[in-house]
Design a binder for this molecule. Structure first.
Ligand code: SF4
Length: 193
């Protein structure tokens, strides 16, 4: 496992990353169940090409890649910020790593949430995506149980302290690849942090 600490904008950010075969990751997929949860509880359901029920399944999306490097970034939520603000900030930091990493390893990234490339997604007008080459899906939208995956693969609980309160924020993404080692990834990641 890769474990790193870095400072960005005076924030102390932690990173954990681990390699896993996509065949094993597919065991964490339950597309119907998580799509149902989104439908019942998420205001973004069916408002974006990358959100359920429009998202691919994890197995469809990753079919050309043998493995994934799953990355969690997390940081404490400061007193003047809430979970949503911290999540958005941290997602930006994760994207700044995933985008060049995807290129360097000739891979395919999974994002930390829905696509926010356009101000308003064309999904709302029932039109095709404006920039299909930019389309990337999150593992969550593709039916992966992120909470279990994070605990089992990265030995990290995604949120909540013992009182059920948010004390820190975690974002998860990944890069699909075919021929890389953990050492290769560690060197590349250090180039971008
Ligand atoms: S690129 Fe634009 S149209 Fe395509 S999924 Fe993202 S927000 Fe929607």
């Amino acid at each position: 496992m890769i474990e790193l600490n870095f400072i960005k904008d005076n924030n102390d950010i932690k990173l954990k990353a681990n390699i896993c075969d996509n065949e094993i990751l597919a065991n964490y997929m339950n597309f119907e169940y998580f799509t149902k949860l989104c439908k019942e509880g998420c205001p973004n359901y069916n408002t974006n090409h990358t959100c359920p029920p429009n998202s691919h399944t994890f197995t469809e999306y990753t079919k050309d890649y043998k493995s994934s490097l799953v990355i969690a970034m997390y940081m404490n939520i400061s007193k003047d910020k809430n979970m949503g603000e911290t999540h958005q900030y941290l997602r930006g930091i994760l994207s700044d790593l995933l985008i060049p990493l995807e290129k360097r390893v000739n891979g395919l990234l999974t994002d930390g949430g829905r696509c926010m490339y356009c101000k308003e997604c064309t999904c709302l007008e029932n039109l095709p995506c404006r920039f299909p080459e930019k389309l990337r899906f999150s593992m969550e939208a593709m039916g992966i149980d992120l909470s279990s995956l994070c605990e089992n693969l990265l030995n990290h609980s995604m949120m909540w302290n013992k009182n059920g309160e948010d004390s820190y924020c975690t974002v998860i993404g990944s890069v699909n690849f075919n021929n890389m080692t953990e050492e290769d990834f560690k060197e590349i990641i250090l180039d971008y942090l």
